[in-house]
Ligand binder design. Structure first.
Ligand code: PGA
Length: 266
């Protein structure tokens, strides 16, 4: 069914995933550069939601540098439990206590390198919501899965397990990121058509698993080698609501070109 015109437009979101880069002082310096760029843009009023996800030890210093800019602080991971004997882990409540409002869940590096299963991702998604954080639920196929013609099956499975029996109003407090694993950190960006097709599969799955309007209402970001040169073409796709940016988020000027492209597209 076509969207009635009264349905609000989905937000545009650009999130920077710094991964295991930038210690506390370096992170604060980068955040101050971003704050200066943001201040320069403030008059236009067209900025998308900007979320910065530094490593845990830089959260506080980056949060201080972002304060008052309107940019949001996010973490890259959380544990599903609230507290306890989980050496080396961090809970959503602890993240909220240092000013985090967002958190990445199920990034492919965590799925592949840290053994996070679909069920673990589902538990973390619920924990983030419980703790008042906006989860960015990352999904995406590997190169082998794409080449075997299994992209749709993988996306349907990942989204279905993550959102199974989640109340629709809680599902609407989440964001999805489509990140084909073969495009992450490789310089091989998905074409706008590949991103669009994957986002449509995700929207149709959300419609089925959550409710009939969820797929239309949730923001879906594309991630995987997004840079200043390719962002505008991706954002020109109506189904692409923004980007999750790794490498290009580590340099303020390049990241801000992506933010600017998101502000002008659509
Ligand atoms: P990339 O990483 O932009 O460096 O490809 C994206 C991500 O992993 O979120």
């Amino acid at each position: 069914m076509a969207a009635p015109s009264s349905v609000p437009r989905r937000p545009r979101i650009v999130a920077g995933n710094w991964k295991m880069n930038r210690a506390a002082s370096e992170g604060a310096a980068l955040a101050r550069e971003l704050a200066a760029l943001r201040a320069g843009d403030a008059a236009s009023g067209k900025s998308p939601v900007v979320v910065i996800c530094p490593p845990f030890p830089a959260l506080e210093s980056v949060g201080r540098a972002l304060a008052g800019t309107g940019m949001r602080l996010g973490a890259q991971n959380l544990h599903a439990e609230t507290h306890g004997a989980f050496t080396g882990e961090v809970s959503g409540g602890m993240l909220a206590a240092v000013g985090c409002e967002w958190v990445l869940v199920g990034h492919s590096e965590r799925r592949a390198l840290m053994g996070e299963t679909d069920a673990v991702v589902a538990a973390k998604l619920r924990a983030a919501l419980r703790d008042g954080l906006t989860p960015v639920v990352c999904v995406g196929e590997t190169l082998a899965e794409r080449e075997a013609g299994r992209t749709e099956e993988v996306l349907v499975r990942q989204v279905t397990v993550a959102y199974h029996e989640l109340e629709p109003e809680r599902a609407r407090a989440t964001v999805v990121a489509y990140e084909p694993v073969w495009a992450i950190g490789t310089g091989k960006v998905a074409s706008p058509e590949q991103a669009r097709d994957a986002h449509r599969v995700i929207r149709a799955t959300l419609d089925r698993v959550v409710d009939a309007r969820a797929g239309h209402e949730l923001a879906i970001l594309y991630g995987g080698s997004v840079n200043a040169g390719n962002a505008a073409a991706l954002f020109a796709e109506a189904d692409v609501d923004g980007a999750l940016v790794g490498g290009a988020s580590l340099e303020a000027a390049s990241f801000w070109k992506i933010v600017a492209a998101a502000g002008t597209a659509g």
